[in-house]
Design a protein around this ligand. Sequence first.
Ligand code: ATP
Ligand code: LTN
Length: 333
Amino acid sequence: MRVPHSSKPRVLSGIQPTNVLHIGNYLGAIKQWVDMQKEYECFFCIVDLHAITVQQKSKSLHENIRRLAAFYIACGIDPAVSTIFVQSRVSGHAELAWILNTLVKVSELERMTQYKDKSNQHRTNINAGLLDYPVLMAADILLYDTDVVPVGEDQSQHVELTCTLARRLNTQFGNVLKVPKLKLCVETARIAALDDPLKKMSKSASSAMNYIALDDASKTIQQKFQKAVTDSGRTIVFDPKRPGLYNLLTIYKAFTDESEQAIEEHFRGNGYAALKQEVARVVIQALEPIQDRYHALLDRRSELEQILDAGTKHAHAIARVTLERVFRALGLG
Ligand code: ATP
Ligand code: LTN
């Protein structure tokens, strides 16, 4: 199959179709992706094989895949420009992951922070997939000769392992895989949980007070910010040592694009209640058009399916070329 070639550097990133997206996913990942579409040839994956490393209900997984695709598009990913696809439908991901499995040490995987966290959270289901998660992620990235991987801070360790594995394979078998680069958006790389600002905002959190979901109603958003955990200080300044306050200000900054100085000036003389109200207002304002587009897309299911089908076809064709190169280099088949 001929694969249309783009001269732009390539970007690949992905999100798990678990639960609903939150503003941390938006600010830490999708918002950057939207901006990268002009400069890069982009692949945005819905990583359902990663999602099943923790227990999922099949019906909601299937629905969450569609919802995530709808959110990608509603947030500004243009399917006419970027490739949106479902990981499990491109078999090369699992194939390359197997090959990379033979190059990774179990001890390297056991060291991964996310593995330690998740195996603590899911003590009764510490399956091999949970340990192997970063290897599948490496396969996602390396299959597309990816140049740049934009992710939040929590994923940087996995991208570093991806580079290590690519170099290891290249050292043993010649120059086969492109070694990608990590792209962190430093300011919004880690949005903290509203109910515990020392933890990251997470869609698999046990309480919905942890996050602002992209489809939360305005009232819910107001209530969640009102209840957000802060300290007992009075001044409103960007101080990382006051994590609750810092998080609210970071969210405000990300949604308004104003400078820290302007924001501190804006809130001078105000208390936390006013700040919380203002943060809620800017978030609601930003999410409104996204929510409108999201609901409209979910009403046009067949269009959504067509977008995913076309994306999968394109991704599959490119993945196959890389995989054949790897097979040849390793002497497989
Ligand atoms: P889960 O809780 O199910 O692990 P998650 O909320 O951590 O989910 P992922 O699907 O793991 O979300 O991540 C999708 C993308 O969003 C990744 O690029 C990740 O770095 C980014 N991301 C996730 N949480 C945050 C956060 N709190 N702040 C900034 N970026 C985040
Ligand atoms: N592990 C990532 C999701 C993910 C990903 C990827 C991100 C899977 N494959 C490839 C970037 C590139 C996460 O949990 N956020």
